[in-house]
Design a protein around this ligand. Structure first.
Ligand SMILES: Nc1ncnc2c1ncn2[C@@H]1O[C@H](COP(=O)(O)OP(=O)(O)OP(=O)(O)O)[C@@H](O)[C@H]1O
Ligand SMILES: [Mg+2]
Length: 232
């Protein structure tokens, strides 16, 4: 037994994860044995050069893709090769995603963007869901823009909508891939303040955030560096 880790509450863990992409005849070995533990309630920042595999690893953590070999443990259960439905359910119940380029539906308004993941397949847009979406939008300071389309919002406002959307399923963990990458410094800091609040509140969210900015790393509990396919 590893005594050092025995009393940590680990929510997500990678064990010896490998991932190679094949393009024609060439192979890109992106992840070459990644080991990493994410503690519940912590804020971890992942740094690494462009092309080092940060997004690849984050996608594996969020079960948007699967590793070639290795284990992915969520609350101690291995999900390295989940069935499609298992991965969908995992994401629906446990994870909130935030992306650099927001990924909002341009034809939907703000409140629809926030709640759509909960209506898929049912066509339900219940009063409860709407109220919950509104409350989350209030929390991120956008309660007054429910009917606006993304094109009518600034970058920072779009990212606020994306954060509210990420919270609609009350996830345990938020995976954010360069969430301030398309924003100016001031707006980026406003967005980081929201992450900080989520991380510090009662029932705090675990945050794993990819960035190129060192000042963000300084705000977090822990920094991990991805280099040459491993975490150093
Ligand atoms: N679906 C794919 N097919 C082929 N190669 C891929 C695929 N996805 C990623 N790669 C390659 O894997 C490497 C790592 O990509 P990844 O997007 O994970 O890097 P990153 O660290 O997120 O970079 P950045 O900081 O620029 O976002 C790159 O060389 C990329 O070209
Ligand atoms: Mg990336």
């Amino acid at each position: 037994m590893n005594l050092e880790n025995s009393n940590k509450d680990i929510i997500l863990e990678a064990q010896d994860i490998h991932k190679t992409f094949k393009l024609g005849r060439s192979e890109i070995k992106v992840l070459r044995g990644v080991n990493c533990q994410i503690e519940r309630g912590s804020w971890t920042t992942m740094l690494g050069a462009s092309g080092s595999g940060k997004t690849t690893l984050l996608d594996i953590f969020g079960m948007l893709s699967t590793p070639d070999t290795g284990k992915l443990l969520f609350n101690g259960k291995n999900f390295a090769k989940p069935k499609r439905k298992e991965a969908t359910l995992f994401r629906r119940h446990n994870v909130g995603f935030v992306f650099q380029s927001f990924h909002l539906f341009p034809e939907l308004n703000v409140i629809e963007n926030v709640t759509i993941s909960q209506t898929f397949g049912f066509g339900l847009f219940s009063k409860n869901l709407r109220e919950r979406g509104k409350a989350l939008l209030n929390e991120v300071g956008l309660g007054h823009r429910l009917k606006h389309r993304p094109a009518e919002l600034s970058g920072g406002e779009r990212q606020r909508v994306a954060i509210a959307r990420a919270l609609i399923n009350d996830p345990d963990i938020i995976l954010a891939d360069e969430p301030t990458g398309n924003l100016d410094t001031k707006t980026g800091l406003d967005i980081l303040e929201i992450f900080q609040k989520l991380n510090n509140q009662q029932n705090s969210k675990t945050i794993l955030l990819v960035t190129h900015d060192n000042y963000i790393a300084e705000m977090s509990d822990r920094v991990i560096n991805l280099k040459d396919g491993v975490i150093i």
